[in-house]
Ligand binder design. Structure first.
Ligand code: PMP
Length: 372
């Protein structure tokens, strides 16, 4: 028998695949239960915009036609939204794909990428998949104002002449921590011009802090900047897989070279366009999340559990012990949360903010588990 694993490229030989949150249907099948609630993948509890759903209906009859490989209408709308030209936008099969395109375009053996410890798990994966070196920078201490947050000084210290890409998650998943405009701007001005900086803004729309930057506006000043956004979170379209980047046109053109021709499907393009226009749905999603963050934050505090203050649509809390038994017992209560040991947080669990009712269910289930 040929051992194909030793024939794989070096990075892939050592790669451990991404572990997604457990789907509701899987849990219900495994435990024979019903009405489970998934608070494990930072999805929008309100669902998609009704306008996106209506728009999809109008194109169902055209599914025998390839999608617009250049995403003309959606790119134009996004360009208008951010005050850039369509040539600066790349659409992705989720923003996840953009991260992968960046790695394919600029990383290879002998080159490295810098990211933070406890940062989004896909950064090390895409780096390793192309057999480049991933460098994790140490984080801010647990008693900092952004506990476990990106330490930009520590990230800078990991950058050398072979660093082609730096990933900054703002805010970061799973910590929910963020970087201010002032700090990020100073950081960007100190990064070598030849090093690309991906600022991953998957949760940007949820952040209400005044000092939170909209880095899509900074591209003219920082030609090495790539900002990524997604329709999976605030727009509630995770199932369709749609994300995008804003960068200089030159950088976008390079990303476009490694993109497969029809990477974003027709339904995603149509839904995205409609979702973008539904500012009411976005505002309501922000409101429900703001209230849910307060509700779950208060609930955790009442139960004496420490958590990392979050500006995202999730909270990561500390069980101060290996949380697998708690995770399992929550599953038996029909509540799916997310273990984050693979993020270097072995005693924490992450819960996504749901509707008020879902948050109540999580807290009630937690009570039953903690009493047991
Ligand atoms: N960045 C961060 C920080 C995320 O948490 C996620 C999703 N969990 C993504 C990017 C990718 O999301 P998508 O591919 O659905 O756009």
């Amino acid at each position: 028998m040929v051992d194909f694993s030793v024939l794989a490229v070096p990075g892939v030989q050592a790669l451990r695949p991404y572990e997604p949150g457990k789907p509701v249907a899987t849990l219900e099948r495994e435990l024979g239960i019903r009405d489970a609630v998934k608070l494990a993948s930072n999805e929008n509890p309100l669902g998609p915009s009704p306008r996106a759903l209506a728009a999809i209906q109008t194109v169902l009859g055209d599914l025998h036609i390839y999608p617009d490989g250049n995403g003309f209408a959606l790119k134009q709308a996004l360009a208008d939204r951010h005050g850039v030209v369509p040539e600066q936008i790349i659409l992705g099969n989720g923003s996840n794909e953009i991260l992968e395109l960046v790695a394919r375009a600029w990383l290879a053996p002998g080159r490295n990428a810098v990211f933070s410890e406890h940062a989004f798990a896909v950064y090390p994966l895409v780096v390793q998949a192309v057999s480049a070196e991933g460098r994790a920078a140490s984080v801010l201490p647990a008693d900092a104002s952004q506990p476990f947050g990106h330490d930009l000084e520590s990230m800078l210290a990991r950058v050398d002449t072979d660093t082609r890409v730096v990933f900054v998650a703002n805010p970061n998943n799973p910590t929910g921590t963020w970087v201010s405009a002032e700090d990020l701007e100073r950081f960007l001005s100190r990064i070598p011009a030849e090093t690309l900086v991906v600022v991953d803004e998957a949760y940007a729309e949820y952040v209400e802090a005044a000092e939170y930057p909209d880095t899509t506006q900074w591209v003219p000043r920082f030609p090495n900047l790539i900002v990524t956004r997604t329709f999976s979170k605030i727009h509630g379209l995770a199932g369709l897989r749609l994300g995008y980047s804003v960068s200089s046109a030159g950088v976008a053109e390079l990303l476009n070279r490694v993109r497969q021709p029809f990477n974003v499907n027709a339904l995603a393009q149509t839904a995205g366009l409609a979702a973008l226009a539904d500012t009411g749905h976005v505002a309501e999603s922000v409101r429900v999340n703001r209230e849910g963050l307060a509700q779950i934050g208060a609930g955790l505090r009442e139960r004496g559990l420490d958590f990392i203050p979050s500006v995202g649509n999730f909270i990561t809390f500390d069980m101060r012990q290996p949380p697998a038994p708690v995770y399992e017992r929550l599953l038996h209560q029909g509540v799916i949360v997310r273990p984050v040991a693979n993020y270097g947080l072995p005693t924490h669990l992450r819960v996504t903010i749901g509707t008020r009712g879902e948050n109540d269910r999580f807290l009630a289930a937690l009570d039953r588990v903690l009493q047991a």
